[in-house]
Design a protein around this ligand. Structure first.
Ligand code: MN
Length: 152
């Protein structure tokens, strides 16, 4: 996988690491519930007003259950897992595309035996994610499929 831009040639030296790109924590520790995720920002230019990030969840890892005004456009690049979008749990596999509409609850989870890596496009300027309160979480988990998905 080689990525070249006119301004700043970048060579990928490993399939899921990009040279000149920091491997970052998903979020600040303790700011929200999540497990075993890294983040790399691949593109961020105010001229295009969006960012392209690569997130990788280790086996059994998960992103924060959240929602917000801004949208996500996601391409699964590696592995398998499941995601909750709104009130539906989907199985996701490499090359699947996932669109997350404004104010839709969402969470990604890697399967127990494989990592889950995906590209996620967002606006540069975006609102802060909101976490479910107790009542909202309870409403979600009345569905046994969602309760099983949110097990830990
Ligand atoms: Mn989000």
């Amino acid at each position: 996988m080689t990525v070249v831009t006119a301004k700043n040639p970048v060579r990928c030296f490993d399939a899921f690491r990009w040279e000149g790109t920091d491997l970052l924590a998903y979020k600040e520790e303790g700011s929200a519930p999540f497990k075993a995720i890294t983040r790399q920002t691949l593109f961020r230019d105010p001229a295009i007003k969006c960012e392209l990030r690569y997130f990788e969840l280790a086996p059994g890892g998960y992103s924060t259950l959240e929602r917000h005004e801004h949208m996500h456009a996601v391409l699964i690049l590696r592995g398998r897992g499941e995601c909750l979008i709104g009130d539906t749990v989907y199985k996701i596999d490499t090359n699947d595309l996932v669109t997350i509409e404004p104010w839709t609850w969402h969470q990604f989870r890697a399967n127990a035996d494989v990592p889950l890596g995906f590209l996620c496009m967002v606006n540069v300027d975006r609102d802060k994610p909101v976490l479910p309160n107790g009542e909202q979480r309870e409403a979600l988990t009345t569905d046994p499929r969602i309760a099983a998905f949110l097990k830990d």
